[in-house]
Write a protein that binds this ligand. Sequence first.
Ligand SMILES: [Fe+2]
Length: 215
Amino acid sequence: MRDRHRGRRSGVLQEEHQELRRLCPACIARHGVDVGRRFIERFAGAQTGFLPAFDLHHDLARHLWDESRHSQFGFRQLPKHGVDLMTLEHSLDLYHILIQMPPAERYAMMTMEFEAGSFPTKARIMDRVRELNDFEADTLLAFDRNDEQNHVRYGHRWLPVIMKLCGHEEPVDEFVNSTRRHFAELAEKFGGRTPHTLSPDRRFTAAKIKAMCDA
Ligand SMILES: [Fe+2]
């Protein structure tokens, strides 16, 4: 906002502008979304039906952004510990299986199964990483865990809405349980594939990572 416009700025605009100026550059993109969201809340109004759709897309976008950040955490830290990213095994099992499922089932598996069930494994990983005395890795993993807690919250909030949008009328628990069974059936047929350009002897496999950790 330029100063010559200050006199015409509403109270809400001034408040948002002041808040924006307090931000560090790293937060500004995310905060831009929040600022826009608050304008829509105040001026569009929930009664139009627009707000829930915007909230849904806001949380999905945040979820996607978090996951891309988590991936960057690995790209940043693993080479510091001698892992060559070009040889790292990347299983595409979940892609091959989930692509067979309708959108609401994919969202249910991601939030109510994979993310909700990830915390014991994350705790074990954080304990082992702490032994490396890598403060940055510790911090990034703490961000990851915090983000995942939000993702599970998103699942509880939005799965019923996504189910409704996709025409699933059954209770949520019933839907989640039938989705788990469907996933297990699909895993029999489409799981176990790990396409990679390198042969297993040159590839940094999960077994080799485990051996490195156990050593
Ligand atoms: Fe997540």
